[in-house]
Structures are given as C-alpha cells and as structure tokens.
Design a protein around this ligand. Structure first.
Ligand code: FES
Length: 108
C-alpha cells in the first residue's frame, strides 16, 4: 500500500503527498493527475478552495496551535492584520513540539 503523508505547515496549509483521491461535497473527483503533492487551505482565505493559493501569508494566518502556545506561555497573541484569521486544526505541526488542542468553549 502506498504511503500518504500529510504535513501541517507552520501557519500554512496541509501539504498532502502521495496517491490520494480528493472529492468535493457532491462526490465529484478533482483532477490531480500529474500532481505528486497538493496543499489544502486551512486558513479559509483561499479563493481556490480547497487548495491553498498563498493567501495565508498575506493575511497573517496564525494556526491555532501557535496561538495556544503563545497564550500558555503568557505571551500576548500575535498582532493581527486586517482580514486575518486565527482558526486552524489543533495538534502537532511539522517540526513542532507536541501541543495540546485548544480547550473547547464552555460559554454560551
Ligand atoms: S492555507 Fe494557504 S491560502 Fe489558506
């Protein structure tokens, strides 16, 4: 069985390498022929979703794991630029130390 590697890029996309099948919400398959790897947007800013188009860099996207780490170290959140977002999947980023996922919100 061929290996698929998904790398969480620091404050960037999910890099997916290996033979995969990517389908949209209706089950339609994306044509990935000739592409040994793809990057999937996790900042929400791409105009070419589900693929990353580099917008994360322009909007100063800070992944959740980085924001949580800063907060736990008593550091203020990184300054945000206009239109930036701070969402992302929790967990371990490539080359990062293990970071626990953010605590779920309990307020209503
Ligand atoms: S992660 Fe790159 S545009 Fe969203």
């Amino acid at each position: 069985m061929a290996d698929v590697t998904i790398t969480v890029r620091r404050n960037g996309p999910f890099r997916v390498e290996g033979p995969i099948k990517l389908v949209d919400a209706d089950g339609n398959e994306y044509d990935l022929s000739g592409k040994p790897a793809i990057s999937l947007c996790r900042c929400g800013g791409s105009v070419n979703k589900p693929f990353c188009d580099g917008t994360h860099s322009r909007i100063g996207f800070q992944a959740a794991e980085a924001a949580v780490r800063r907060e736990e170290q008593g550091q203020p959140a990184a300054p945000l630029t206009s239109g930036s977002q701070t969402q992302g999947a929790p967990g371990k980023a490539a080359g990062d130390q293990t970071v626990p996922p953010p605590k779920p919100r309990t307020e209503m």
